[in-house]
Design a protein around this ligand. Structure first.
Ligand SMILES: Cc1cc2nc3c(=O)[nH]c(=O)nc-3n(C[C@H](O)[C@H](O)[C@H](O)COP(=O)(O)O)c2cc1C
Length: 145
């Protein structure tokens, strides 16, 4: 069974997740911190989605400070991905993927593999790019195939 788990501070990552579940009717679960402050080095999670029921999970997060948002870092560290297939995406704002998107995807992949998961697809969506809509459509086609 498949699900989507995201953290979204300002709604962009949530927007992509909602588009995905319009195409494929699967549960959308959100990681929620007690205090949503990107400056917190060790945020405490209020909602930490459990993945026992799922063998395939799409995980999405924003890039914060050229890196994975701390809230998602904490979630990945606290989650066992053994035996699960994971597709990743990040949303970011700066114009080039090398300004955070690619690095953040690599960071997510390493963390998930360290917790036993197998990462399949990885996509970076640049919110400022004029091809954003195409990039989101391609992501949806690929991740729901
Ligand atoms: C605290 C903070 C730090 C950010 N740092 C970066 C960054 O390093 N690189 C980048 O491309 N975008 C950065 N952004 C922009 C977000 O990654 C981008 O707007 C993203 O789509 C937001 O996703 P969300 O609406 O799901 O929270 C930052 C945003 C915030 C709030």
């Amino acid at each position: 069974m498949k699900s989507i788990v995201i953290y979204s501070k300002t709604g962009n990552t949530l927007h992509v997740a909602k588009r995905l579940i319009q195409k494929e009717n699967i549960p959308l679960l959100q990681v929620v911190p007690e205090v949503d402050d990107p400056n917190l080095a060790h945020p405490v999670l209020k909602d930490r989605p459990q993945l026992y029921a799922f063998d395939h999970v799409i995980i999405g997060s924003p890039v914060h400070g050229f890196s994975l948002a701390k809230v998602m870092q904490v979630y990945l560290m606290q989650t066992d991905f053994t035996g699960k297939t994971i597709d990743l995406f990040v949303t970011h704002f700066f114009p080039f993927a090398w300004m955070g998107g690619n690095r953040t995807l690599s960071q997510m992949k390493s963390m998930i593999e360290a917790q036993g998961g197998r990462v399949r697809f990885m996509t970076s969506i640049n919110w400022k790019n004029r091809n954003r809509e195409n990039d989101i459509e391609n992501l949806i086609l690929r991740y729901t195939a």
